[in-house]
Design a protein around this ligand. Structure first.
Ligand code: G3P
Length: 217
């Protein structure tokens, strides 16, 4: 499973990228607003750090305006994936931008039917929001499994980009189901390294290092 980091914070992207943990980046208007930076400028900087796909989201609601915005975003760098919302106009924009050779990420997906439409419109990525379904007492991971089954049934090439990932369990469950990509905040990716037994085991080793005065350098 590929890891995308869901942020527009340069420091976080650099830190994970140096460890080889970043296969791509996703941003959205909320993350751009949080960064306090200009969308074109910050997106360009991210694209210069990361070689994989960098999602940049349109702001318009009408298809023709989304297409114009998408074309402008795509000019930032060759690794831009234009992000459009899963509305009827978003699907129209997806079809046009995909046919022009751009990567397109269709976001705000909350149902298997929406994912089916995005695949037929030529989306490179579909972004089902796991955490936000969990928030309303539905099972976001069930949606990832349903889309996996549907895409595999028909050989759709659209990649499942599990989004709104909130926990380390979401990450491992998405990997078990077979999501192609999970996009998560840097904090979630870093928390995957934690285990209480690792901490306990290390404390025991440190005590014995001290007792036996073990020295390597
Ligand atoms: O990838 C989409 C993500 O930014 C939304 O996450 O936690 O606000 O639902 P969240």
């Amino acid at each position: 499973m590929k890891f995308f980091v869901d942020t527009a914070e340069i420091d976080q992207i650099k830190e994970l990228n140096e460890l080889g943990m970043v296969d791509g980046v996703t941003t959205n208007p909320s993350l751009i607003a949080k960064s306090g930076r200009d969308i074109l400028e910050v997106t360009k900087e991210i694209c210069s750090i990361v070689s994989g796909p960098v999602s940049a989201e349109v702001t318009a609601l009408k298809a023709d305006e989304m297409i114009a915005e998408g074309r402008k975003l795509a000019k930032i760098a060759p690794n831009i994936a234009v992000k459009v919302p899963l509305t009827w106009d978003g699907l129209k924009a997806c079809k046009v931008l995909s046919d022009e050779g751009n990567m397109v990420n269709v976001t705000l997906c909350f149902s298997a039917n929406q994912a089916l439409l995005a695949a037929k419109a030529g989306a490179t990525f579909i972004s089902p929001f796991v955490g936000r379904l969990d928030d309303i007492n539905l099972d976001g991971l069930d949606l990832i499994a349903d889309i996996r089954q549907i895409y595999d049934n028909y050989g759709f090439k659209t990649q499942i980009l599990a989004a709104s990932i909130r926990s380390v369990n979401h990450m491992s469950e998405c990997a078990k189901i077979g999501a192609d990509v999970a996009t998560a905040p840097a904090s979630v990716i870093k928390a995957m390294a934690n285990h209480i037994l690792t901490d306990k085991g290390l404390a025991g080793f440190l005590a014995d290092i001290e007792k036996a005065k073990i020295k390597i350098l």
